[in-house]
Design a protein around this ligand. Structure first.
Ligand code: CA
Length: 233
């Protein structure tokens, strides 16, 4: 397997060293940037596979870095934030970040996020140029052409909203989608009562999709933030 190259954007030297040491011992290559400007330059010149991005940078807000990079690249971006407020994560996710880690985080959490992102990358690469009319993830299969979804051989009887939700989650497998993003895509707008409806539709979708709706395998809840479809190994 190719070693993934990770761009580590972090101005705090001890945290940066912890991350790069962890990456090295787990067979990832890393390049570093200490501020936003350097991050944007490295992202364009080194073409990293994944970016780990601290939101609190000395020269600009990390969200600005995401917005700039997203003008030309779909590289997975995992945001690292010392700020535990959900609103920062949500702004970063809505600006195009894929996932987030909240400081202080453990080495295991960092590695788990990188594995999720690695699987998302593998899936993006496998799908590039391929026939995308059918989506397969574990036992889940969606045939976009006929508008049918299956678990194994069993067809799921979904309402139009549930099907739309499932397709949206599938098309962004591995990525955390915020409530706002999902409700805008599904209903075309984002009102508070849509977020409440979203919870209801998500619950009914899970009952049909998951063997054990209380410990879901496919769709993960990020409390106060949103949902993510996991790539099943
Ligand atoms: Ca910082």
């Amino acid at each position: 397997m190719n070693k993934l190259q990770i761009l580590v954007v972090e101005d705090d030297a001890p945290v940066r060293n912890l991350i790069t040491t962890t990456l090295k011992t787990h067979d990832y290559k890393s390049i570093i940037a200490e501020n936003g400007e350097e991050a944007i330059r490295q992202a364009s010149s080194c073409n990293p596979d994944v970016i780990l991005l601290d939101l609190g940078l000395p020269d600009m807000d990390g969200v600005e870095v995401i917005r700039k990079i997203r003008t030309w690249s779909n590289v997975p971006i995992i945001v690292i934030s010392a700020r535990s407020e959900d609103s920062d994560k949500i702004t970063a996710l809505d600006s195009g970040a894929d996932d987030y880690l909240t400081k202080p985080f453990s080495v295991e959490e960092l590695l788990a996020r990188l594995r999720v992102t690695g699987r998302r990358l593998a899936m993006m690469q496998a799908n590039a140029g391929a026939n995308e009319s059918v989506f397969i993830n574990g036992d889940l299969k969606i045939d976009f052409g006929s508008g049918c979804a299956f678990i194994g051989d069993k067809e799921l009887h979904l309402t139009p909203i549930e099907y739309k939700l499932l397709c949206l989650m599938s098309q962004n497998v591995g990525k955390v989608l915020t409530h706002t993003y999902i409700t805008q895509k599904v209903w075309g707008n984002s009102w508070d009562n849509n977020v409440a409806s979203l919870r209801v539709f998500m619950a009914t979708l899970r009952k049909k999709l998951e063997c054990e709706p209380d410990s879901p395998q496919y769709i993960q809840t990020h409390i106060g933030v949103g949902y993510r479809m996991m790539k099943i190994e």
